[in-house]
Design a protein around this ligand. Structure first.
Ligand code: ZN
Length: 471
């Protein structure tokens, strides 16, 4: 039985979805004002691995996520780069798509942007005001935190602790407008020159940061969802405020399982702008880091534990990944010489599958699951060296390796940039067709490659390919 740790109860609980066989999952995405850093990537990878495991064991996962595509961080970046808020958001949304594709993170089922749900945001806030849970104050709207009986539960803080913390970081203008220091903004009046504002019953303005997630969840998944994920730093205030908004709006439980991933440290130090160790995926990949090794490094540690990124841990990840790849490669070179089926090996694979699933069912214990993966690697290495091999066993071993590693987002088992001759020829022809602007031909070649299980994407650096996964 699959169990998952719930930040809300601080306990590991049996996982029971709202609807059998289906999972409604929401994970907070980034504010698109810069390239994603290792912390963003770790969160996306942790929940991608969890999603892939759910899919592997037969669930249909509806995975929704957001881009926060407006706000002061984006405006400030726009000033630096000479771009509008919209241009900054577009630039870094595209960069997010590119970086996450390199890390082989599946796209969300629905990815929504804050600016796309503005009418719904205004209606949602209006509902909270009408119910007396929120109030207007000089063009802003605030949520009365104390009207949410559960407020602070997720971060395990009581009202006294919350008040003490709030007092220290209160903006003086907001302090005058708020009835209570722990109240939080749903809407902020906007009157700055050249800054876009949206119409609302409280005058032109912009939404607070927390409201978009409640609104998107309502719109795309409904009032109650199975899993809400994000970094542990989001538990307060962001997720705490989402609970207040959504449960205030719907009068029912919002999330069954709250899941939070741990931090990424760089050379054993917290990653921060002031320490100058803010590491982006874009820079690492531009410097030649193997995206699959980076993915492997960020996915192998249990999702709740901290990860240390350093040259040493990256090298170690590369060594482990290469060991996996070498075993797989050796297996593909084996020529079967016997018919029939070695039942001892098939039996061992079934037994390993049981232990692999036990590890993943135990709150997605990727570390223990990888111990089983390396047992499989050893078995594959042994088998490849035997005198005689059977086709059925080779196929079973290959399938087990590709299936399990795909859960970790590792699909490049033959190493990078290794298409076979036919695939490479088609790929090169397509590059030529595109250069000659023969798009009919390039589309036809793309289809041919797709039939061979190769997905081709066009990027600013030319065409890239990906081998389709086992499921
Ligand atoms: Zn959120």
């Amino acid at each position: 039985m699959l169990q998952t740790y719930n930040t809300y109860s601080l306990e590991q609980e049996e996982f029971q979805p709202l609807q059998a066989g289906q999972i409604k999952m929401y994970v907070c995405g980034p504010t698109v004002y810069n390239y994603i850093h290792l912390g963003n990537a770790r969160s996306a990878i942790a929940f991608d691995t969890i999603r892939r495991y759910f899919e592997y064991v037969g669930y249909k996962v509806n995975y929704v996520s957001n881009f926060t595509d407006l706000g002061d961080k984006i405006l400030a970046q726009g000033e630096k780069e000479g771009l509008t808020e919209e241009q900054v958001a577009q630039k870094y949304e595209a960069a997010f798509d590119e970086d996450t594709a390199q890390l082989n993170i599946k796209p969300a089922t629905v990815r929504s942007k804050a600016t796309e749900v503005m009418p719904e945001i205004v209606d949602y806030i209006k509902n909270l005001v009408d119910q007396g849970l929120a109030y207007e104050s000089e063009g802003d709207v605030y949520f009365s935190a104390k009207k949410s009986p559960d407020y602070g539960h997720l971060s395990h803080q009581n009202f006294d602790e919350l008040e003490e913390n709030a007092a220290g970081r209160l903006d003086p203008v907001e302090a005058k407008r708020k009835q209570d220091p722990i109240d939080f903004a749903l809407w902020k009046g906007e009157h700055r020159e050249g800054v876009k504002a949206w119409p609302s019953p409280w005058g032109p303005g912009r939404p607070g940061w927390h409201i978009e997630c409640s609104v998107m969840i309502q719109k795309y998944l409904g009032s109650e969802i199975d899993i809400h994920g994000g970094g542990i730093d989001l538990a307060f205030p962001h997720h705490t405020n989402e609970i207040a908004q959504s449960e205030g709006h719907n009068h029912e439980r919002f999330v069954r399982y709250w899941m939070h991933n741990g931090f990424v440290n760089v050379n054993n130090e917290k990653m921060s702008k002031s320490l100058g160790n803010f590491t982006t995926v874009h820079d690492l990949l531009a410097n030649g880091v193997d995206p699959q090794a980076l993915r492997y490094l960020l996915g192998k540690t249990h999702y709740r534990r901290p990860i240390n990124y350093s040259m040493d841990t990256l090298n170690q990840a590369q060594i482990e990944l290469d060991r996996i790849r070498r075993a797989y490669q050796a297996l593909t070179e084996v020529q079967a010489s016997e018919k029939g089926e070695d039942l001892t090996i098939i039996g061992r694979l079934d037994e390993m599958e049981t232990r692999f699933r036990e590890a993943m069912d135990d709150d997605f214990n990727t570390e223990n699951a990888l111990t089983v993966v390396f047992e499989l690697v050893n078995l594959v290495n042994q088998y490849s060296k035997e005198d005689k091999q059977q086709e059925t066993v080779i196929t079973a071993l290959q399938k087990k390796m590709t299936d399990w590693l795909a859960i970790f987002g590792i699909v490049d088992l033959l190493g990078q940039d290794q298409l076979n001759e036919t695939e490479q020829a088609l790929f090169d022809q397509r590059a030529e067709a595109r250069a000659a602007k023969d798009f009919a031909k390039s589309d036809q070649l793309r289809d041919q490659l797709a039939d061979l299980g190769i997905t081709v994407r066009d990027t600013s650096q030319g065409q890239k390919w990906e081998r389709k996964q086992a499921y």
